[in-house]
Design a protein around this ligand. Structure first.
Ligand code: BGC
Length: 728
């Protein structure tokens, strides 16, 4: 039992006494008190050494000696057993309990973050979080390094697959719900990487340059919304600098998080992201993670000395510890210490499968080629290792369920990588199961001529194309390994060719005109192969909508050339001075689809796009203004099948690009009509006024559109809004 492991680690004799009910000697055990009060009471009992032990922790992989019974983790703090503070055992978890090189470990991978965002479903985000949080507890972890909400400012960012898209409202909602789900298990989730870690190339030295108002209206707004919804126990500051100061010692951004948003949790550093003691602590960093990776243990002896010499006032040291304790109390971790065991990966895979079902996006479907009839005579399946599994993304978030296949990573991948990992739910087997009477062949696609020949002999060809992305390097928008050539050859051999993409994010499709149907399956997780087949054969209606714009080419991007692209992949050497260079976010808050609108560019596929096998009509729009924007309309399923749709509401004022202010994902039977009403958060239409330090909603007329996607309005309207000032 986990409790006894904890006792072993701590070397205590009595487990029970560690978690006793409230008593005079342990007033912080009283659950009727607020988390802040309980944290204050417990902090009052800590010795200086115990307090310090909460503020800097280990990277277990580099610990000379690890506690005997601790699962190999990303981070470790011994806790304060004498007062009932459990050891803090941290696992990465963007998409599931990550592996961290544990042998024979098993965990259930969710689909990638972009796939989850493509569901546009707060419920599925919550359920996914709840599942991985439960697995974390069952594996003996109590802190999940999850909640990645960096906006997709560049489709080449190697970690886009861990994040939740380019729009602050969608990203903040999905990440917030996922955090809420994780923490429903009485464990802590982080939110990360705070803030503007928008690319992997040169992440340790790059300086993100952005107008401060625009930052509030974009990346910070995504964090703000996610913090409000999810109330994470902790936030992880990023590697990069923002407007000249490192994220982990940036007074501006950390003040927004702690003071403006009233958030009471603790700021932990990313691994190797601390650069000072006094500046960092005084700017708002509360805890140094993975101390072996930093150049020195800044929050060890140097923090102690800074406290003794008064460079850091005692009140701030208490505040740092109380923030950690607030995270442990507010999530219920202190009252419900983890208990390992009871993993049920089969049941948990269903949660992952539901998210994949609804996150797969049907991008193109000329002449209704899809769904496939189960009685097609022959299908040629080609490429993408579809015979063994589905692609996953690399780096600290890597989940490796049993049965995964590992292929060598490309030569220029980060030195610490684990290879290209395929999750063991093969699309080929799933396709065969859906088409029992059909002849289904497979060719791996390496021999392009042979693949085309197999396509020419079949009724239908399905090409699986993969793009591996990983932390520690950025991705190319061009599919690797001659896959574009493969797709062209197959499409030339068979007019009924379907392309299924398993990619970390957007890719270019130079063959698009030649291919009648394209599905974006992202990295679809534990039951990804089944979900792909279910969409192909129409067992479910495709209901994913893009959370990110697909460009026609690099020239459409705000930075056609990725800054720092020549730096090359990361190594584990975090101690050498990194290269310092600026990444100028001149697009400001006009991220993603807003950039395309502003530049009058038409992307390959717009944000919000996704087709269905049925048809939906929107009508009867009414728009109410005044003190708040309320948009109402009807939606009807005019097709012959039941299905989900996701009508989106965009709005904008004078001089503003249009932006998403709300959406609803609804399930409708054929012929069914629903009346929907969407209220816009006024901050989405306001400008952030730095001088007056708050949001400023200008009085005036605002355009409104109910749309199928960004730039694809179906109904339009207008409303006059009153001026408003809103707290920062
Ligand atoms: C990543 C974080 C991760 C940490 C611990 C860092 O390299 O940026 O996202 O949580 O490692 O594994």
């Amino acid at each position: 039992m986990r409790l006894f492991r904890f006792v072993q680690i701590a070397g205590l004799v009595s487990a029970v006494s560690s978690f006793a009910m409230a008593s005079d000697s342990r007033p912080w055990d009283d659950t009727k008190l607020s988390p802040a009060r309980r944290a204050e009471l417990l902090d009052g009992q800590l010795t200086d050494a115990e307090r310090l032990s909460l503020l800097h922790g280990d990277f277990p992989l580099l610990m000379p000696q690890r506690p005997a019974d601790m699962p190999l983790a990303a981070g470790y703090f011994p806790g304060v057993p004498r007062l009932g503070v459990p050891p803090l055992i941290e696992s990465d978890a963007s998409l599931g309990v990550a592996n961290a090189r544990r042998e024979n470990d098993d965990a259930t991978p969710l689909p990638s973050g972009l796939a989850l965002a493509a569901t546009w479903s707060p419920e599925l985000a919550y359920d996914g979080g709840s599942m991985i949080g439960k697995q974390a507890r069952q594996k003996g972890f109590d802190i999940l390094l999850a909640g990645g909400v960096n906006l997709v400012r560049d489709p080449r960012n190697g970690r886009n697959f861990e994040y939740v898209g380019e729009d602050p409202l969608l990203a903040g909602t999905i990440a917030g719900q996922s955090i809420l789900g994780i923490q429903s298990n009485h464990i802590v989730s982080t939110i990360k990487h705070f803030v503007l870690n928008g690319q992997e190339s040169g992440r340790h030295g790059l300086n993100a340059v952005i107008d401060p108002s625009a930052l509030r209206e974009s990346d910070l707004l995504a964090f703000q919304l996610a913090v409000e919804i999810g109330q994470p126990g902790s936030a992880m500051c990023a590697y990069n600098k923002i407007n000249g100061a490192y994220a982990c010692e940036n007074p501006e951004t950390l003040k927004a998080l702690k003071e403006d948003w009233g958030w009471r949790g603790w700021v932990m550093s990313d691994w190797g992201a601390v650069h000072s003691t006094v500046s960092a602590a005084m700017a708002g960093l509360d805890q140094e993670s993975g101390e072996q990776i930093d150049r020195e243990v800044y929050f060890g002896e140097p923090l102690k000395t800074a406290g003794e010499t008064g460079q850091i006032p005692p009140a701030r040291l208490h505040d740092m510890a109380r923030r950690v304790l607030w995270g442990l109390f507010s999530t219920g971790l202190m009252d419900h210490p983890p208990q390992s065991g009871g993993l049920d990966t089969a049941a948990d895979a269903k949660v992952s499968g539901r998210a994949a079902d609804q996150g797969i996006v049907l991008l193109k479907n000329r002449s209704d080629l899809l769904p496939l009839a189960a009685e097609a005579r022959s299908i040629a399946v080609i490429g993408g290792h579809a015979d063994v599994g589905v692609m996953s993304g690399g780096g600290s978030s890597q989940v490796i369920p049993r049965g995964s296949l590992i292929f060598p990573a490309p030569k220029d991948a980060p030195s610490w990588g684990q290879g290209e990992i395929f999750h063991p739910n093969a699309p080929l087997a799933a396709i065969k199961a859906h088409a029992a009477k059909t002849s289904v062949t497979y060719s791996d696609g390496n021999d392009i001529a042979a693949a085309a020949a197999s396509a020419s002999r079949a009724d239908v060809a399905i090409v699986f194309a993969t793009q591996w992305a990983t932390e520690g390097m950025d991705a190319s928008l061009t599919l690797p390994d001659r896959q574009d050539e493969l797709i062209r050859a197959v499409a030339a051999a068979n007019r009924r060719t379907i392309v299924v993409l398993e990619t970390g994010g957007p890719v270019l499709m130079p063959w698009l005109d030649a291919v009648p149907a394209v599905i974006e399956a992202w990295y679809p997780g534990a039951r990804g192969g089944d979900s792909i087949a279910r969409v192909l054969f129409g067992e479910i209606d495709p209901s994913g909508r893009l959370p990110v714009t697909f460009p026609r080419g690099e020239t459409q991007l705000p930075r056609p050339l990725l800054p720092g692209a020549d730096i090359g992949p990361e190594t584990l050497d975090f101690k050498t001075e990194p290269l310092h260079f600026d990444v100028v976010y001149s697009e400001g808050a006009d991220v993603g689809y807003r950039w395309y609108e502003k530049q009058k560019l038409s992307p390959l596929f717009p944000f919000g796009h996704g087709l269905s096998y049925t048809r939906f009509r929107y009508d009867r729009i009414s728009v109410q203004g005044g003190a708040g924007l309320v948009v109402a309309f009807d939606i009807t399923n005019t097709g012959k099948r039941a299905g989900f749709d996701t009508p989106q509401v965009y709005a904008g004022g004078d001089g503003q690009t249009n932006r998403l202010v709300g959406w609803r994902k609804v399930w409708l039977a054929p012929g069914e009509t629903r009346h929907l009403e969407i209220r816009a958060d006024p901050r989405l239409l306001a400008r952030f006024d730095v001088a007056q330090h708050g949001w400023n909603l200008a009085a005036g007329r605002y355009r409104v559109a109910v749309a199928k996607a960004a730039g694809a309005p179906v109904l339009t309207g207008e409303a006059a809004l009153d001026a408003a000032r809103i707290a920062p």
